[in-house]
Design a binder for this molecule. Structure first.
Ligand code: UT7
Length: 323
């Protein structure tokens, strides 16, 4: 018998304010056509004054609990992937714990920027297979609108806000690729590339700062590293491209998504794509896409899913799981 971290519920939350590409034309030298053709993004949701990372994460977590048929105190741990926690500390995860009304367990944030959700899934999986937790709420939540330089057309048109959550539960499997749950993970980082994507503020500057990105350099790394990490995780899981039902990629750019799928030999009709509606929501993009993919009927029980993501650090990774 092998302990597996199996998905029991999923949910998401998007803030109410929707901004179409054309709205940027009033203040920036940009166009709907440029944003659409270079990134695939058509619109994104932005937090209103009342929305924070922890508030959106809480609504997503409540939706995942409802989907799982569980109460907050059924959860042993919250692992929240974010680079935009409400405050420097405490963690957004402990704020969610409080907002959910959880009186036990433990909660912490994981910070790996756009790769945050695959890092969080991998950590949650480790908690479960090592017996430290039976049920883990894994959340990706971001308010990147709060770290945008609204005069920088090369970044501010690309990002959005939102949250998604999964409830993972310990179940016994046979130890084969036919098991439900997380089958394999692969994590990587290379700090030599830290200047390609960073925020120019923090404790050392006394400001919260703005996101800075050399987009075309990140792009260059993305397709190659994403296909490689996905293939490593698939090999560890003992599955091939033919076995994969859905790639659920980080949603940064449709051209990266297409390039990675092509390199992996998987057709686009087996890729869940939400970038057109959400933009790049960093650590929230994969759980948002999983939740949307589940709600739309694309992802079914037993489907084999590969998630992959890359972002600031650079940090990247992949998770193979059977729903
Ligand atoms: O999620 C974390 C990881 N992040 C990513 O994966 C993002 C990766 N990068 C990308 O998605 C793409 O590189 C971008 C969408 C950011 C940019 O696309 P690109 O095809 O790599 O364009 P570029 O950066 O090479 O810029 C091409 C031109 C430049 O003008 P010049 O120098 O050729 O005259 C930019 O100044 O497009 C210009 N440009 C814009 N034009 C209109 C940059 N932003 C805009 C804009 N509107 N918003």
């Amino acid at each position: 018998m092998t302990l597996r971290a199996v998905v029991r519920g999923v949910g998401h939350h998007l803030p109410a304010r929707v901004v179409e590409n054309a709205e940027f034309e009033a203040t920036l030298d940009t166009s709907d056509e440029w944003i659409r053709s270079r990134s695939g993004i058509e619109r994104r949701h932005f937090a209103t004054e009342d929305d924070t990372t922890s508030s959106m994460a809480t609504v997503a977590a409540q939706a995942a609990l409802a989907d799982a048929g569980l109460q907050p105190d059924d959860i042993d741990a919250i692992v929240l992937a974010t680079s935009t926690a409400d405050l420097t500390f405490p963690s957004a995860a402990t704020m969610v714990q409080d907002k959910l009304g959880m009186t036990g367990g433990f909660a912490f944030d994981v910070q790996a920027v756009c790769a945050g959700f695959v890092y969080a899934l991998s950590n949650a999986n480790a908690l479960i297979v090592s017996g430290q937790a039976k049920r883990v709420m894994v959340i990706g939540a971001e308010t990147f609108s709060k770290i945008m330089d609204w005069t920088d057309r090369s970044t501010c048109v690309l990002f959005g806000d939102g949250a998604g959550a999964l409830v993972l539960e310990a179940r016994e499997g046979d130890g084969t690729a036919a098991d439900r749950g997380i089958l394999a993970t692969d994590l990587n980082s290379d700090g030599r590339h830290r200047d390609l994507l960073y925020v120019d503020g923090g404790v050392s500057t006394g400001t919260s700062g703005y996101l800075r990105m050399q987009g075309n350099q990140v792009f260059r790394h993305a397709v190659e590293k994403l296909a490689a990490t996905a293939e490593t995780a698939m090999e560890r899981a003992g599955v091939t491209a033919d076995d994969v039902d859905w790639i659920v990629p980080h949603q940064a750019n449709i051209r990266i998504i297409q390039g990675t799928a092509k390199k992996m030999g998987i057709a686009m009709d087996r890729v869940v794509v939400t970038v057109q509606d959400h933009g790049n929501t960093s650590a929230a993009s994969i759980p948002l896409a999983l939740s949307v993919g589940r709600a739309s009927g694309q992802i079914k029980d037993g489907d084999l899913i590969v998630t992959e993501a890359i972002g600031g650090g650079l940090a990247w990774g992949a998770v193979v799981l059977r729903w």
